[in-house]
Ligand binder design. Structure first.
Ligand SMILES: Cc1cc2nc3c(=O)[nH]c(=O)nc-3n(C[C@H](O)[C@H](O)[C@H](O)COP(=O)(O)OP(=O)(O)OC[C@H]3O[C@@H](n4cnc5c(N)ncnc54)[C@H](O)[C@@H]3O)c2cc1C
Length: 280
């Protein structure tokens, strides 16, 4: 079966669809869908089979090094032959991948609900998304629920002050949509992503019985979902072509310790920001 490919969208059509003259050309992949991440996570949590017990607001504080694995949490200790860890950058707090992963914060800003006049300035499509070609660029989304989102900014290991983030996101919104009556952002927040030096994600067994998937590299919603599925497959001893393919992919490369790490990361961010240019 032949898959339908995506297509390029030129400037004139982009302006009609999205209301901005900022972009010269875009690529529209076929078959993409919008996901509301909070709704996805809540929905998954609510549709688990009865055999699965979900403990929310329960921190895992340590996992023993030998089996049967003992998992210490803020609600008591559990023991298991097999444990799966999918805590992304936070896996480091459990002693995993400390020399492979760094945490980079990025930021989102959401407008209040917009009226019909303002929504029309964001193009004729009722909802759309722009993902930057460069990983340090800016993401934009127009939602069917009448709000607009700007995502951008990067900071190493800690969150920037929210006033600074708000100013950055507002400026990016303004530069793309000077025609809006207001550039107010009702909600501004930061979130952590797990970045590796070579873009590889850690997937597999760290020690007997302990299976780990971590290192989203800033776009983990789809890859994280398939990796989670395959990790469960691996822990159950199943085999599939997809699992073999996944195991053949490269893992994250070594990252030097501090203070070299911090110096290297800050230099890379500065360099990449320059390369990203107006994508930011
Ligand atoms: C503003 C923003 C916009 C983004 N936009 C996109 C996008 O458009 N597309 C995309 O693909 N990605 C996007 N990302 C990245 C995406 O959010 C991540 O790649 C994805 O969330 C990674 O999923 P994860 O489950 O691996 O890790 P996380 O989402 O980081 O989840 C880790 C979980 O582990 C839990 N945890 C951590 N430590 C412990 C512990 N000790 N005990 C118990 N639980 C623990 C945490 O509470 C958390 O729930 C965005 C990120 C941000 C911040």
């Amino acid at each position: 079966m032949r898959r339908r490919a995506g297509h390029f969208v030129e400037s004139a059509e982009l302006t009609v669809s999205t209301g901005t003259t900022y972009y010269r050309r875009a690529y529209s992949p076929h078959g993409n869908v919008f996901v509301q991440p909070a709704a996805l996570v809540r929905g998954l949590g609510e549709s688990l089979p009865e055999s699965v017990h979900l403990l929310e607001r329960t921190e895992v504080t340590s996992v023993s090094r030998t089996g049967p694995l003992r998992v210490a949490t803020t609600r008591g200790e559990f023991s298991a032959d097999r444990v799966l860890i999918a805590a992304n950058a936070h896996a480091r707090a459990l002693g995993l991948l400390r020399d492979r992963i760094i945490a980079i914060y990025t930021y989102g800003g959401l407008t209040p609900e917009l009226d019909q006049v303002e929504l029309a300035k964001l193009g004729v499509l009722p909802q759309w998304g722009i993902i930057p070609a460069h990983r340090l660029g800016t993401t934009l989304r127009k939602f069917a629920n009448r709000r607009f989102l700007v995502r951008s900014g990067d900071s190493y290991e800690r969150e920037l002050p929210l006033a600074q983030v708000r100013a950055l996101l507002t400026q990016l919104y303004l530069s793309r949509y000077p025609q809006m009556a207001s550039h107010q952002l009702e909600h501004v927040w930061g979130g952590v992503t797990a970045i590796t030096h070579n873009g590889g994600l850690f997937f597999g067994m760290d020690r007997p019985g302990l299976f780990v998937s971590a290192g989203c590299n800033g776009s983990g919603v789809v890859r994280g979902t398939i990796n989670g599925h395959l990790l469960a497959e691996m822990a159950c001893g199943s085999q599939s072509v997809l699992l073999s393919d996944r195991l053949a992919l490269k893992g994250p490369s070594w990252i030097p310790p501090e203070p070299f790490r911090q110096i290297g990361v800050r230099m890379s961010i500065a360099l990449e920001q320059r390369q990203a240019g107006q994508e930011i």
